[in-house]
Design a protein. Structure first.
Lengths: 142, 142
DNA sequence: TCTACATCCTCTAGCTGCTGGAGGTTCAAG
DNA sequence: CTTGAACCTCCAGCAGCTAGAGGATGTAGA
């Protein structure tokens, strides 16, 4: 039986985060000690490791919920899990493409900075005038 | 003199967002009509365009605050703006590297999925066992 | 057994960067 | 003078945690 602190250390999670996952129903309510402290077994350790690993791969908590559900039902079709992973892969690829455009633009800004004062700073100039940009970087966020 | 709605359209910003920027001090309080509605001039249009463009390039609102301040003081050194842009570039590069690792791992998961049921689903298997991973993808988030 | 002190508990609020809605007012056209 | 779009303020919520207050529990050493 593990305390929440031990579980936290073993999985590289913060204690607060574990309680948060429990609160939103991602982890089951664990047993408690006589005094009311959480006590975890190995199955909960596995489950949290799964969650953390999926988070590291960028899956949303909602996606993880689905994946956990699939994992809990070994008879369900693998195709669902596959679809979730593909969706995630697509998202990652989209983000990469966007970041690539940003990188190009930022590199150009920085490269062209001559080092005078801000009156004719290339960085600020580009920000002031969108038409200075070569690449497409319309959408904000993600 | 522009209404907030017109300003919103011209800059591709939502009305709420403009009010939000004002609230957090990123945009100055504009003049008002007799009835109390916001009225904007071209200088405010320029400022908001600047903000939006910087956001598109992924700068945080705090960074934008600094950039605006630099832009307002043409005698300050360009080096500061340059440093902010370089910082942003570095962040973008770090995120790209991370996403690259994720992409590799996700591609592998998806490629190796044989299409049976979840009992021996490759996707779930990898999530269950971190040691299956080839690449490094430690940190969570952004 | 007592005491110290780390760890645990619940609850609330905050972070970024918006976004949406309720409930009410103003403006411009017809 | 009416209509209806656009405006106003204020509050709540999204993801995914994180931090802190204020108090209870657990364990190791004296």
């Amino acid at each position: 039986m593990l305390t929440i602190g031990t579980l936290a250390k073993k999985t590289g999670t913060k204690v607060q985060t574990i309680r948060y996952y429990e609160q939103i129903g991602l982890l089951p309510e664990p047993g408690r000690s006589a005094g009311g402290q959480r006590r975890y077994s190995n199955s909960e350790l596995d489950r949290l490791s799964f969650v953390r690993h999926a988070r590291q791969l960028g899956f949303s908590l909602d996606a993880i919920r689905e994946l956990l559900d699939l994992s809990d039902h070994p008879d369900k079709s693998c195709a669902d899990a596959d679809a979730i992973a593909r969706r995630q892969l697509k998202q990652v690829e989209q983000r990469m493409a966007r970041l690539e455009a940003l990188r190009t633009e930022l590199q150009r800004m920085v490269r062209e900075c001559s080092g005078g004062d801000t009156a004719d700073c290339r960085v600020l100039e580009v920000l002031r005038d969108h038409s200075e940009c070569l690449t497409d970087h319309e959408e904000i966020g993600a």
